[in-house]
Design a protein around this ligand. Structure first.
Ligand code: PFF
Length: 459
């Protein structure tokens, strides 16, 4: 068994600092942009139900596993996996979890930055009062015109990527804590204001039924895959982001409690975002299938009509940029630590190079929205394909491997020691979920959704 290590990249100042940073990573566009639109595309309640089950039964045990491995290895995900495997006399191929994660991170960051760019643009659009009195049709067509303009998108995508590079190049530990501590609660508060508005003016009852009354006839295998992918995406699991943050965590902090706090905060933000958006969707007779533009088509209607809407709207999009920023930072961090460890680069160079690669990849996504819109791969625009592949396939696969490594390959004493729960109910529950439930669920859902296993439908 390996001795306790320290990270060459430093340590969080406290457990709270880690919770804040990990929550900053988890809460982002995934909760406010992605959750509502994929819920709308997948029929509502039953999809939300599967998502919640996935968070509890797959997400939480895998997050604990990732933090545990990160803290044990204290290096970039690739080197952590290699070191831990070697230490136990296992195959060095386990390091490929880290490589898979690095690839997923690049892919996610590439389209994430494009969408964060939309959010940045909407700060200014809302701020200049463009949406005052806007109708549902008006907001939809404004969004359509916006994404049709590659130059505008390019500008915002570039600004956002530079913002991300700057923070990562200075080291994620400075500043992140303070910023998340104030801005994240403010974002949550603002979402609650939006829910209050939606309660008064929207079809709140209809939205409640839509989101929380499962109708399992509406759930497809692809819907289940998307729900599982969302659990991974939203909790930042399966690619090493939480692993690298775990590697800066003091060995005195409780992994279990920390994980539960993060998962509850992340899930609450998604559900509250849903409660803010769907009542407005129904009140304006829109269909829930509004696609990736949903938040940008729906919330401006509310901001255009509520008292103080310009102010609230601007603040909302600003805080959403911030939430996206703290997530994007965690997407870049694992790659940067690897470049520092293995390529001898300093942080600034490493951040600039890694950010540049993601920026270039992002250009393909960006152009697939307009100039290359007629080209489809497997029937999808490139940006949708990348999102699908990364969130629904790569993250679950990464998470599957993490769970298997942590609960099957690593000796029991190691996980017992790191989790510090004693060999009691909590530890046994974690081990059961990480050994059986999470890996089997991931594989079964992947096999169903890819059609490798088929359910014979009744006539
Ligand atoms: N969890 C982030 C969100 O919900 O917006 C996105 C994300 C960040 C995914 C970091 C994966 C990751 F490693």
């Amino acid at each position: 068994m390996g001795a306790r290590r320290t990270s060459i990249h430093g340590e969080w100042s406290s457990r709270l600092a880690f919770i804040l940073a990990a929550t900053g990573s988890a809460v982002g566009l995934g909760n406010i942009w992605r959750f509502p639109y994929i819920t709308g595309e997948n029929g509502g309640g039953a999809f939300v139900f599967v998502y919640l089950v996935c968070v509890a039964a797959i997400g939480i045990p895998i997050m604990m596993s990732e933090i545990l491995l990160g803290r044990r290895g204290r290096q970039s995900p690739i080197n952590t996996m290699r070191t831990l495997a070697q230490e136990e006399g296992k195959n060095a191929a386990w390091q490929y979890i880290g490589w898979l994660g690095m690839a997923a991170g690049y892919l996610i960051l590439s389209f994430y930055s494009v969408v964060a760019g939309w959010t940045l643009a909407y700060v200014f659009r809302t701020g200049t009062g463009v949406f005052e009195g806007v109708t549902a049709d008006g907001a939809t067509s404004l969004f359509g015109q916006f994404v049709a303009d590659p130059e505008k998108l390019l500008g915002w995508h570039t600004i956002f990527m530079v913002m991300t590079i700057i923070v990562v190049s200075r080291g994620v530990k400075s500043g992140l804590e303070k910023a998340v501590r104030f801005l994240m609660p403010l974002l949550f508060l603002l979402l609650l204001v939006m829910v209050g508005y939606a309660m008064n003016t929207g079809q709140f009852g209809e939205a409640l039924v839509y989101l929380f009354k499962p109708d399992f006839t509406k759930l497809s295998a692809k819907g289940m895959l998307t729900a599982m992918g969302q659990a991974f995406f939203s909790l930042s699991l399966g690619m090493g982001a939480i692993m690298i943050y775990g590697s800066y965590l003091s060995h005195l902090a409780s992994i279990t409690r920390t994980t539960i706090v993060i998962a509850i905060m992340d899930t609450s933000v998604a559900l509250v975002a849903g409660l803010a958006i769907f009542p407005i969707v129904f009140a304006n007779h829109l269909t829930p299938e509004l696609g990736p533009g949903m938040v940008f088509k729906v919330l401006p209607i509310a901001f255009g009509h509520m008292p103080g809407g310009t102010f609230f709207g601007t603040l909302f999009f600003l805080l959403l940029v911030f939430a996206a920023w703290t997530s994007a930072i965690s997407l870049l961090e694992p790659v940067v630590t690897w470049l520092v460890e293995n390529r001898g680069m300093n942080r600034v160079m490493a951040s600039a190079w890694a950010g540049l690669v993601a920026w270039v990849l992002g250009l393909i996504s960006l152009l697939s929205l307009n100039v290359w819109a007629q080209y489809k791969v497997f029937g999808k625009a490139f940006i949708d394909l990348v999102e699908f592949l990364a969130a629904n396939i790569m993250l679950p696969l990464g998470g599957f491997l993490v769970a298997v490594f942590c609960a099957w390959i690593l000796p029991k004493e190691t996980s017992l020691d790191e989790l510090g729960l004693g060999d009691h109910f909590g530890y046994r529950l974690w081990r059961f979920l990480a050994r059986y439930v999470a890996p089997i669920a991931v594989i079964v859902i992947l096999l169903f959704a890819t059609g490798i296993i088929e359910l014979k439908s009744q006539q």
